[in-house]
Design a protein around this ligand. Structure first.
Ligand SMILES: Cc1cc2nc3c(=O)[nH]c(=O)nc-3n(C[C@H](O)[C@H](O)[C@H](O)COP(=O)(O)OP(=O)(O)OC[C@H]3O[C@@H](n4cnc5c(N)ncnc54)[C@H](O)[C@@H]3O)c2cc1C
Length: 327
């Protein structure tokens, strides 16, 4: 029977690292507290020193397996995770629902002979067991699932924002992992995310454009409305697929999860994959010429109409109000 400790596999690379780690720390702390166990963080890959210091303020122990070079080496990460699981004998192992977590969690679970539950929105320890909230049927419903396996292996959806303020001072120790003389997978190069300086996951106001804006030059309307509202522009996936933008601007299941105070969707239908990334926004405004577009099911305010007609006066009005407020 495993003990009551919880392992969280934090990441040191780019992308949604911070929000993934923050959610892992918050979720792992809650489980460890409930079960009366330790919270142990696995930090594997390169560039781990600074991250280890940062994370040690939130966990009981950080175990660092620094392979140098690339931030992700799937074989080496797996060996590190297996070594730590073998040593700690945890009750739960939590990964972020990122490319790394999605790659590692099922393989760790398979090695332990348990199932991996992916993309969990919440983990709820109750008196009679542990329950998970997971999106099912492409996000159409949220299911409450009882986890009977032990240890529990899950991936947790990022989205916790920044790291909380420091609560403890955990130790930092090296995790010795024997190098694999003949790895089956070797990283060749990392395609780093393009840095635009805009982190839509942290924005308080987002104006997003979809295929309904028509031509690429019309996206200026989205940028202007974002500028007038003091927010940032974002987009749905087709605009990324068409090569107009990089994925750092994409909202949705395969892009970024956002939770701004205001989300304005312009010419976006509201497919489940898009809603998945923005439906927790505080206030949602949608402009769409189709009154039956699913985006109106989650919108608090809706304009049924053409973006080309409605956006210019909205921009002018927003600029006038901001001007009056600042003047
Ligand atoms: C595995 C997987 C992952 C995915 N991940 C994502 C993701 O992360 N993010 C994402 O966004 N999508 C994602 N998708 C794609 C998703 O299914 C939809 O295809 C996509 O969200 C549609 O984008 P859209 O709303 O911009 O375009 P469309 O669905 O084509 O909708 C365009 C909308 O604009 C409206 N419109 C047209 N002209 C005007 C006008 N002049 N004025 C006003 N309204 C107008 C139309 O009525 C329509 O509702 C994913 C799909 C899969 C299979």
């Amino acid at each position: 029977m495993p003990g009551n400790d919880v392992i969280i596999a934090c990441e040191s690379g780019d992308g949604q690292t911070e929000s993934g780690n923050a959610r892992l720390i918050a979720t792992g702390s809650e489980l460890a507290r409930h079960w009366g166990g330790k919270l142990v963080c696995l930090l594997a890959g390169g560039a781990t020193d600074e991250k280890a210091d940062e994370i040690s303020c939130h966990v009981d122990e950080v175990r660092v397996a620094d392979f140098g070079g690339h931030p992700y080496n799937s074989t080496a990460h797996l060996r590190a995770a297996r070594a730590l699981v073998g040593e700690v004998d945890p009750r739960a192992v939590l990964f972020a629902h990122t490319f790394i977590g999605m790659d590692l969690a099922p393989r760790i679970a398979a090695g332990l002979g348990v199932i991996a539950a992916s993309n969990c929105l919440a983990l709820m320890p109750e008196d009679d067991g542990l329950y998970l909230i997971r999106p099912m049927y492409r996000g159409r419903i949220h299911a409450k699932v009882e986890m009977k396996d032990c240890p529990i292996v899950v991936t947790v959806q990022p989205g916790g924002g920044d790291l909380p303020s420091a609560t403890r001072q955990g130790s930092i120790r090296t995790l010795p992992v024997e190098p694999d003389a003949n790895p089956k997978v070797r990283p060749i190069r990392i395609l780093a995310p393009v840095k635009t300086g805009i982190d839509i996951a942290k924005a308080e106001i987002i104006v997003a454009g979809g295929r309904g804006i028509g031509e690429q030059e019309n996206f200026a309307l989205v940028e202007n409305l974002a500028g007038a509202l003091g927010g940032v522009p974002a987009c749905s996936r087709p605009l990324v697929d068409m090569g107009w933008f990089e994925t750092d601007r994409q909202v949705g299941m395969s892009g970024n999860s956002v939770k701004p105070k205001l989300y304005v969707a312009c010419g976006i239908s509201g497919a489940v994959e898009h809603l998945h990334g923005m439906r927790e926004s505080e206030t949602i405004v949608a402009i769409n010429k189709d009154p039956d577009a699913p985006i109106f099911e989650v919108a608090h305010f809706g304009i049924v109409g053409d973006v080309m007609e409605f956006m210019p006066p909205l921009i002018a009005r927003a600029k006038a109000i901001r001007g009056a407020l600042s003047g």
